[in-house]
Design a protein around this ligand. Structure first.
Ligand SMILES: [Zn+2]
Length: 132
């Protein structure tokens, strides 16, 4: 709770940076969602109707390939983005989920949805830390 009130106090100066990150997260989320929706629509259209013009066909082939190459990690990222946005709203954003240290701004710039500091992230990737 002390953390939340401290965040409120510094809100004015910290806001622009957080707002920027929130915007980036929202843009990235929208891009992924758009891709999914497009792919879903394309998938339905292709199975329902045999006739589609060549441009659509080319687009859908391209998009499907793109989606297939990305879908697993994109889905993961989408989940990460959603939970990062929730953390921004709840004021928990930018704090390592494991050791509760502040995640360096540089890392958040590179990976806005990061839940762990670099040290803990390494442990998670090595399976030494429970990823929650
Ligand atoms: Zn940590």
């Amino acid at each position: 709770m002390a953390k939340a009130s401290a965040a409120k106090k510094t809100r004015k100066s910290a806001k622009s940076g957080l707002d920027q990150l929130r915007e980036r997260l929202q843009v990235q989320r929208q891009e992924i969602l758009d891709m999914y929706e497009h792919d879903l629509r394309v998938g339905q259209e292709t199975s329902d109707e045999g006739a589609e013009d060549l441009v659509d066909r080319a687009n859908s082939a391209y998009n499907r390939e793109f989606m297939l190459s990305l879908s697993g990690s994109e889905r993961e990222i989408l989940k990460e983005i959603e939970s990062a946005l929730e953390r921004i709203d709840s004021g928990d954003y930018g704090v390592c989920n494991s050791c509760e240290e502040k995640i360096p701004a540089k890392r958040l710039q590179a990976v806005p949805w990061a839940r762990y500091c670099i040290d803990c992230q390494e442990l998670v990737e090595q399976g030494l830390l429970q990823d929650n």
